[in-house]
Design a protein around this ligand. Structure first.
Ligand SMILES: C[S@@+](CC[C@H](N)C(=O)[O-])C[C@H]1O[C@@H](n2cnc3c(N)ncnc32)[C@H](O)[C@@H]1O
Length: 249
């Protein structure tokens, strides 16, 4: 219940139309990388409730005329969300069985993406995710935000609590249990505050990601950087790592 609470909120917060400039920046990086990798299929790992991916997918297919296909996966699939997205079409499929990002089945071919989830993995495991993509000669893209700065560490908990209190009535899957967990026994906002703060503390920096890719494969082009995108809700900083095989299979 609490995991879905967090991932449904993330989907709402990160998918807001006011963030379209941010979605567009991600979509254009992805499109360019997928064209180089010669694929239109995205295998999204650690999907939760999709975060910003579905907004990105819409832009890819409509505005950018790039008919990508997405497969959502997660170790703990948000089943109701996965079913809803599959039936909505838009080139989205979902795997309802648990898919471990550390052990992706061979039949899941496509450009791998991880949104707001790479920090869940400690450095050795995170590197294994990249190694596995490299061993299968598939592209991989990691998007993380916000950056690990003292300011964000200090304020993330408060931002999450405020977002949970303000947005819960508009977030999908509203139920009596969710209202009680927000306004009577506020476990939801507290879990979001904990998750948000720990996530910021664990988010990899550009330098750490560069170290992680050292020696992985000479036949990969790695693009690792931080960008800041202006949105009506304020600037959004994103760190990304994109690896593309220079000789795709
Ligand atoms: C913070 S949520 C991010 C969800 C989504 N990508 C987003 O942008 O909002 C992290 C997700 O990672 C999933 N997860 C954690 N460990 C995993 C693993 N080893 N393999 C696959 N998914 C995992 C969790 O179940 C959770 O849904």
């Amino acid at each position: 219940v609490l995991r879905d609470y967090v991932t449904d909120h993330l989907h709402f917060i990160l998918g807001m139309h006011a963030r379209v400039a941010f979605h567009r920046a991600i979509a254009s990086e992805l499109k360019e990388a997928m064209e180089r990798a010669g694929t239109r299929e995205i295998v999204d790992l650690c999907s939760g409730a999709g975060g910003p991916l579905l907004a990105v997918q819409k832009l890819l297919r409509s505005e950018m005329a790039f008919p990508s296909e997405v497969t959502l996966t997660d170790l703990n699939p948000n089943e109701s969300f996965f079913r809803e997205m599959e039936s909505a079409g838009d080139g989205v499929q979902a795997r309802l069985d648990p898919i471990d990002a550390l052990n992706v089945p061979d039949e899941l071919r496509g450009f791998r993406t991880l949104f707001a989830s790479f920090h869940h993995f400690r450095p050795a495991a995170a590197r294994r995710i990249l190694e596995d993509a490299v061993s299968k000669k598939t592209g991989v893209a990691v998007f993380e935000w916000p950056e690990r700065t003292p300011l964000f560490v200090a304020v993330m908990g408060l931002i999450c609590i405020a977002q949970a209190l303000v947005f819960t009535p508009w977030v999908r899957n509203l139920s009596v249990a969710r209202l009680l967990l927000t306004y009577v026994l506020p476990l939801g906002p507290l879990v979001m505050a904990w998750d948000g703060t720990v996530s910021v503390l664990r988010t990899y920096t550009v330098q750490e990601l560069r170290e992680m890719t050292k020696g992985l494969d000479a036949d990969y082009a790695w693009d690792i950087q931080s960008i800041v995108v202006k949105t009506p809700l304020g600037p959004m900083s994103t760190t990304f790592l994109i690896g593309v095989p220079t000789r795709p299979s």
